[in-house]
Design a protein around this ligand. Sequence first.
Ligand code: NAI
Length: 214
Amino acid sequence: MEEKEISQAVIGRLPRYFRYLGELKDEGVERISSQELSERMKVTASQIRQDFNNFGGFGQQGYGYNVEYLYNEIGKILGLDRTHNLVIIGAGNLGRALGNYMNFERRGFLFRGIFDCNESLVGQDVRGVKVRHIRELEQFVRENDIEIAVLTIPKESAGKIVDRLVQNGIRAIWNFAHVDLNVPEGVQVENVHLSDSLMKLSYNINRYMKENER
Ligand code: NAI
């Protein structure tokens, strides 16, 4: 399939399609129309068709889309048809919570290592993976074909660690530290701020309250 430049907005919607299609597949649904998918996902059918047209439309023929085919194709676009080795930097509350979350593995994200500078955490077990000292980072990243680093350390430490990761061939950073990172072209960064989502929720509470006061 020939891929054109796809907007980030479309890319941002693909994981949700993938999740819903996975559920449909698990329910044994074989075909679904854009109308039915639209009702289920609460987005318009035309939005779905437009989004899918970016990828050639996924061959909707007769009655709707083939669920398994669509699921697999979107998975391929998202790079989920292969595995990705990842390490977590920072074995504090957040790092351990992420390490303990099994579901990433189902999507092909393999939790290979977790690092911290605090000696008292070294050797502790996070779902079968021992916490290593941060001084072992470089060698581990190089020797274990690590592609993704999850940053769950304070922002003050993030820059230096990122430089070390980049020098040792890391391809992508899932950044939970509250700081913008400087990385060379070719290294992908995805920033996550849970509080942004909470603020959106707060905005919607306010909006609803204002509308219902009138
Ligand atoms: P925490 O204090 O429990 O854990 C941080 C860990 O990082 C500690 O174990 C510490 O020893 C380690 N660390 C510090 N410098 C290091 C270095 N140079 N190398 C290796 N390890 C190092 O904190 P928590 O709650 O796990 O949060 C971690 C970070 O994530 C904080 O900076 C926090 O602000 C941020 N955070 C971000 C969220 C988001 O939505 N983006 C949500 C929650 C926390």
